[in-house]
Design a protein around this ligand. Structure first.
Ligand code: 5BU
Length: 277
């Protein structure tokens, strides 16, 4: 049986990585597979969005380098909100350099990502050394890494043998790589015919999710939660502008209503998936 048919709770019990387990547990506890991507440029907007979407999400995805007035007070407040509302934090850093450099980028600098972000991600383009570099910092802290096996954008080069190689790199590093940013389940991808991959439980976190639009003017492509969770077997929907909107004026009531809407759509799709035969 594909692990996609198991409940998040059952998968949590079987998982060996602490951050993957924590994410699956919070998804089950709060009945949500919604991750909100909070791509706003000020601390105050960031914190008001997180404060209002908190009850509906399992994960907050950040791009801390776009916040103009970033400081560690923001991280303290984000941590407080993550405890108050029970969610995890994912810095979408997309590391892509040699092992030594990514270890420094992950641990140090202004942002000190490893100290607060449960999950981060990396491009497989440099090869396996990017995983060992990041693992030297992340494993002792119980963190998890996602590899970018595919992207949501038009014309993405992360396809075919590149995606297969990403999955092989993950299989060789299961102590730290907990899954993929991808558009579909990766069961058996890139495996040799005699290789058993049935027990691999890689989480699939999927951006490019929208209910009211099929894309933007800069190459983004959207699919619905049902397409992502039921048809493609992904685990977490990542939604940004579909929830916090496009303009400069945040309408907090709309943000809340949209978070609730995406949470319901995502959870219903998951239930349909695990009940289906
Ligand atoms: P949107 O507003 O829902 O389009 O935002 C999507 C977010 O997901 C945004 O932060 C991107 O950086 C991120 N993203 C993506 O859209 N597509 C990808 O393939 C990857 C990340 Br990887």
């Amino acid at each position: 049986m594909s692990l996609a048919k198991l409940s998040y709770a059952e998968r949590a019990k079987r998982h060996s990585n602490a951050s993957a387990r924590a994410l699956l547990e919070v998804m089950e506890r709060k009945k949500t597979n919604l991750c909100v991507s909070v791509d706003v440029t000020t601390k105050s907007e960031f914190l008001s969005v997180v404060d209002v979407v908190g009850p509906y999400i399992c994960l907050v995805k950040t791009h801390v380098d776009i916040i103009e007035d970033f400081d560690h007070d923001l991280i303290e407040k984000l941590r407080e909100l993550s405890v108050k509302y029970d969610f995890l934090i994912f810095e979408d850093r997309k590391f892509a350099d040699i092992g030594n450099t990514v270890a420094l980028q992950y641990s140090s600098g202004v942002h000190k990502i490893a100290s607060w972000s449960h999950i981060t991600n990396a491009h497989p383009v440099p090869g396996p050394s990017i995983i060992s570099g990041l693992a030297s910092v992340g494993v002792p802290l119980g963190r998890g890494l996602l590899l970018l096996a595919e992207m949501s954008t038009k014309g993405s080069l992360a396809t075919g043998s590149y995606t297969e190689e990403a999955v092989r790199m993950a299989r060789a590093n299961k102590n730290f790589v907990i899954g993929f940013i991808a558009q579909r389940r990766m069961d058996g991808v890139g495996a040799s015919p005699d290789e058993s991959t049935e027990e691999d439980d890689f989480l699939i976190l999927t951006p490019g999710v929208g209910l009211d639009s099929r894309g933007d003017s800069m190459g983004q492509q959207y699919r619905t939660p049902k397409e992502v969770i039921v048809d493609s077997g992904c685990d977490v929907i990542i939604v940004g502008r579909g929830i916090y909107g496009k303009g400069n004026n945040l309408d907090i009531q709309t943000v809340q209503a949209q978070a609730e809407r995406y949470r319901t759509e995502g959870w219903n799709a998951y239930q349909e998936r695990i009940k289906g035969t």
